[in-house]
Design a binder for this molecule. Sequence first.
Ligand code: ZN
Length: 233
Amino acid sequence: MNTTFHLYRLQQIDSQVDKAQKRLDEIQKILDDNTELKRAKAYHDKCQVAHHETENELQKAEGDVQDRHIKIEQSEAMLYGGSVKNPKEVQDLQNKTESLKRYLTKLQDIQLEAMLAHEENTEILQSAQSALDKLKGEIIQQNSQLAGEQSVLNKNKERLLTEREVALPAVQPDQRQLYEGLRKTKRGIAIASIKEGSCSACGAALTKSQQQTTRSNATIAYCPSCKRILYDS
Ligand SMILES: [Zn+2]
């Protein structure tokens, strides 16, 4: 059996473990990231504050109009009640009533504006609420899907690690050290197979003699370009 066969087997297992781990890390990152939810909540809270403000303004405007109505009624009651008889006083009271009525129109305009502003903010708040609810629903669904994927990946990883335990004793200690060292410097790929006369990791074309060395049991052959250990199946 080729001297690098066991190393290549180890590499196949490790590459699958790495792939599973990479996806597990990605999933964890997605699960931990609540930026979008935070943003939607902050916007909703801002809309709620604005809604509350226009609600207060509308209540105040409604109160002002109501007060003015009462004042006008009181004034008119005095005017038509017959208690005021002096013409000068009657005139003053009439002027006062007119002035109260003029100002009532202004207050009603303010009330109308406040009502429109509050209606607008109510719609904005409702749409912010729906967006937040929708997002929450999407996150729940997404998280449940990711949790499912996570569970499958963890099981696969566990199985691969068991396979690794089984494969490991077949590897010579010095070769294992070499392998681990290369894994660290070569982005996880220490062993490259030969595909159609080229290194499968970097694509460099290999001479016949280089390919021949790879098949030898006596020495370990390296890719002249990426310096990974070559394996010829
Ligand atoms: Zn190479």
